[in-house]
Design a protein around this ligand. Structure first.
Ligand SMILES: Cc1cc2nc3c(=O)[nH]c(=O)nc-3n(C[C@H](O)[C@H](O)[C@H](O)COP(=O)(O)OP(=O)(O)OC[C@H]3O[C@@H](n4cnc5c(N)ncnc54)[C@H](O)[C@@H]3O)c2cc1C
Ligand SMILES: Cc1cc2nc3c(=O)[nH]c(=O)nc-3n(C[C@H](O)[C@H](O)[C@H](O)COP(=O)(O)O)c2cc1C
Length: 777
């Protein structure tokens, strides 16, 4: 086959040499616009695992690369006059020039033709090639020529960065943070050979503009950075060598992904590789890894399917199918890490203390969890756990999940909340034996706080006929029985969630056949009742149309909420939550999707919040001052034109000003048109953002499924409590089980259950030992 690689970066060179090795008969040329041994950039990092992969395909290259590697384990943070270091992270660094030189000379050795100083215009320059590898980097001309085929999705990110080098040598992957009068800068620094370190400086666009760096020439930018990081550079200079395609100075990262990776251009097959088809932000440092692994995969497919022109289409199909999965996974992690660095100046630098800032930074990609950090550096993690526990008022290291939490006069024994979950099992709004058993079991199961499902302040505010209420004294007695039982039989606290269903009321129980949120069928023994809401808009297109609330309705509903608050206090609840989420009555006021009012309660966010805040303030005044109150919100409507996470910060600020202690950060269920992005801990970013930006404690909820999740969230300061819903339906003793799973044995079990404790712990201990043995550490 005749093969041309356009671009002699890691992707093009490595593919060329592996392919030549696979089939020496192939005629392979790498076309590179730069001179030989002349390239931009300083060092790149990748993992030991990438090198192992390379070793299997060409031991000669791997050996040379290994000789040139700088290996280091530690990450060091320099922040607010503190230096914090943790180990076990395992990076290797190599000069980009060195890597390319190794690849170039190996290409020459194997007989690959290297054509330097040739700027290819497009893939059409080589009509006699069977296969063209477009390895021409992030600004790929080949990709640009056929956007309709490759369908690139390119996002230019807001931060500015400059890729510099220095002769100051660092013995850890080092992160430097410096505050200026206009905001924060950070530097990502790592040594890559015996004499030089890479020094990437990054800041948000507005900080960059405020310093006039858009007007600065490269030398002025270098001078600026030298001055900014002078204390750390200890007299060493910063240097630039970006004379080539990366321009002179500050860049914006471009995240590239493509829907389709290859085509036939009428003469040849063309396939994108490396940065031309996908980029990964340097915050995770894996662009070179991806480029090399692309090359390996394409060669693997030729080896498996046959390396003749006839096989090319199938090889390219398989190449994309296999690679795009790994690439998406890595790009997602890189995206999280990149975003962390984009918002850290606003969200974390001023808010978090150095110890917690370090933890937050280490877990920024969300690929490294709490237990993963323990494997990397046990001593450092235990030190951090002890620091965190001391701040929560308990001595000694313990998992963050098991640190107590104090709010007003109440102390929760740990950070786990049983999320409120409707059971549709009340009669005439009365809770009974079912609820005593359900809530009692969960209180014995180890959670610090058990929340009762949404409970209505009035008969017409229920979701279904099976939902509980608190509009009469009998209901107070029913709840008091459960509260007393939990207070006497467990050390859990119990909270009530008060909410009015609004437009989502008068529906079937989920198991009644019609499906969730469906109006009761006509002729059913349990009849529908008329609905009220912010606006006369049904939740489902064919649902019951509610009546838009008048001021008189508002007064009546507010009075109901206040009376229910007093009854909740009478029943002995420890905690009260106002439900302003999920499209129910008060949420319906807040979201622009459901509030179409033209009076003082509609329009701007301030107006839309007016009534929910009024209700909240009246309840807060009626609720005992020594007890906490939280507000559950939908922090994202997941619909174009709906409430956004940025709006949610404003919502949280308003409730904080009205006296709320905590925001319980859920999302969605406001519109059936929602398109949420589900995933592990998918709503936690809202809790994190609100906590840091609005300065109020938060509850994270949503797909928090393991102790490791809770520990990571609490330890990083992304939330103060974690609500766990569905896992508690499956296992009332979720907290006790998770403690045993991670080997946290000092936890006190209910005295009646103690016999089950050591058996469960021993079972999990065996599992952990087995995992360690299989992992080989
Ligand atoms: C600041 C920064 C830091 C980075 N740090 C890391 C890191 O730590 N670890 C890591 O793994 N990755 C890192 N990367 C990413 C890494 O540099 C790239 O992901 C990697 O180089 C991709 O390899 P490639 O071969 O696809 O493209 P490139 O390395 O960009 O190579 C493309 C080549 O094509 C040539 N070319 C382009 N157009 C033409 C043309 N028309 N004709 C002829 N030749 C052409 C160019 O001159 C270039 O040599 C970093 C990137 C940046 C910007
Ligand atoms: C059966 C069921 C009933 C629910 N009822 C309520 C409720 O009454 N009030 C509320 O705010 N959220 C309710 N939710 C949402 C949960 O509290 C929680 O936010 C959601 O299930 C996500 O958490 P998870 O992934 O841990 O389950 C309910 C969820 C389920 C599964």
């Amino acid at each position: 086959m005749k093969i041309v690689c356009i671009g002699g970066g890691p992707a093009g060179l490595y593919f060329a040499l592996l392919m030549k090795k696979l089939g020496p008969q192939h005629d392979i040329t790498v076309v590179e616009r730069n001179k030989p041994y002349d390239t931009f950039g300083w060092g790149v990092v990748f993992s030991d695992q990438t090198l192992e992969n390379m070793r299997q395909w060409d031991p000669e290259t791997a050996e040379e690369v290994q000789q040139a590697f700088n290996h280091w384990d530690d990450i060091e943070l320099h922040f607010k006059d503190r230096v914090i270091r943790s180990g076990g992270h395992g990076f290797v660094g190599i000069g980009r020039k060195k890597l390319l030189n190794i690849l170039q000379s190996r290409c020459e050795q194997l007989g690959v033709k290297l054509a330097f100083e040739q700027d290819a215009n497009s893939d059409l320059d080589y009509p006699d090639a069977d296969l063209i590898i477009a390895s021409d980097g992030v600004n790929s001309k080949v990709r640009l020529r056929s956007p309709e085929v490759y369908q690139p999705d390119i996002v230019t990110r807001p931060n500015r960065y400059i890729w510099l080098g220095t002769k100051r040598l660092y013995d850890a992957f080092t992160f430097l943070f410096e505050k200026t009068e206009h905001g924060w800068f950070q530097a990502h620094v790592y040594k890559f050979d015996e004499h030089t370190s890479t020094f990437i400086v990054e800041c948000p666009e507005h900080v960059w503009l405020a310093h006039g760096l858009d007007q600065a020439d490269p030398q002025q930018s270098i001078d600026f950075c030298e001055k900014l990081f002078a204390k750390n550079l200890q007299g060493e200079k910063l240097m630039s060598n970006a004379r080539h395609l990366r321009g002179s100075a500050w860049l914006n990262f471009q995240r590239v992904k493509c829907a389709h990776w290859w085509q036939h251009n009428g003469h040849s097959h063309v396939v994108l590789m490396g940065d031309a088809v996908h980029t990964a932000h340097f915050a995770i440092g894996s662009g070179t890894k991806l480029a090399l692994e692309d090359a390996i995969e394409l060669v693997r497919q030729f080896k498996a399917l046959g390396d003749t022109p006839a096989h090319i289409p199938e090889v390219l199909r398989q190449y994309q199918a296999v690679r795009e999965i790994d690439v998406i996974r890595l790009q997602n992690a890189a995206w999280n890490a990149m975003e962390w660095f984009e918002v850290c100046g606003e969200r974390y630098c001023d808010q978090l203390e150095p110890e917690q800032f370090m933890y937050s930074m280490l877990t920024r990609s969300q690929r490294i969890s709490h237990e993963n950090l323990r494997l990397r550096d046990k001593a450092w993690l235990e030190g951090y756990e002890a620091w965190l526990a001391a701040r929560a008022g308990t001595p000694g290291a313990r998992p963050p999940m098991f640190t107590p939490y104090r709010l007003r006069s109440l102390t929760l024994k740990n950070r786990v909340v049983v999320s409120p979950m409707a059971q549709y099992s009340a009669e005439d709004g009365r809770v009974g034996d079912y609820h005593l058993t359900h809530l009692g079991a969960r209180a014995l199961g180890g959670a610090g706080l058990v929340m009762v499902e949404m409970t209505s302040p009035s008969e017409d505010g229920r979701i279904t006929h099976g939902c509980p209420g608190l509009w009469n004294d009998t209901q107070v007695q029913d709840f008091a029985r459960i509260v007393n039982w939990i207070h006497t039989q467990s050390d859990a606290k119990i909270g009530l969630q008060l909410g009015h269903a609004g437009a989502k009321g008068s529906t079937c129980r989920p198991w009644q056949g019609a499906g969730m949120d469906q109006p009761l069928p006509a002729g059913d023994a349990e009849t529908n009742w008329p609905l009220i809401a912010a606006s006369a808009q049904p939740y489902l297109p064919d649902g019951q149309v509610p009546r838009a609330m008048t001021r008189a309705d508002m007064d009546r509903v507010k009075a109901d909420f206040v009376a229910a608050t007093q009854r909740a206090a009478q029943a002995g609840f420890d905690w009260l939550e106002l439900h302003c989420a999920h499209g129910y009555l008060l949420s319906g006021f807040i979201s622009p999707l459901t509030n179409q009012r033209s009076d003082d309660y509609g329009g701007s966010l301030e107006n839309r919040l007016r009534y929910p805040l009024e209700v909240f303030a009246a309840m807060r005044a009626a609720w005992p001052a020594h007890l906490p109150m939280s507000v559950r919100i939908s922090a994202h409507d997941w619909v174009e034109g709906g409430l956004t996470p940025a709006d949610a910060v404003e919502v949280a600020r308003a409730f904080k000003a009205a006296g709320a202690d905590m925001i319980d950060c859920s999302s969605g269920q406001v519109s059936p048109k929602q398109k949420p992005t589900y995933g592990r801990m998918y709503q936690t970013p809202f809790a994190d953002r609100i906590r840091q930006e609005a300065g109020i404690a938060t509850i994270a909820v949503g797909a928090i499924q393991e102790a490791d999740h809770v520990n990571s969230i609490i330890a990083a300061g992304r939330a103060d409590l974690c609500a766990v819903g569905r896992p508690h339906l499956a296992n009332p003793a979720w907290t006790l089980t998770e403690a045993a799973r991670i080997g946290y044995t000092p936890l006190a079990w209910p005295r009646t259950y103690v016999s089950g404790k050591s058996q469960l712990e021993a079972g999990f201990a065996r599992e952990r030992a087995l995992q360690t043995a299989t992992r080989g550490d």
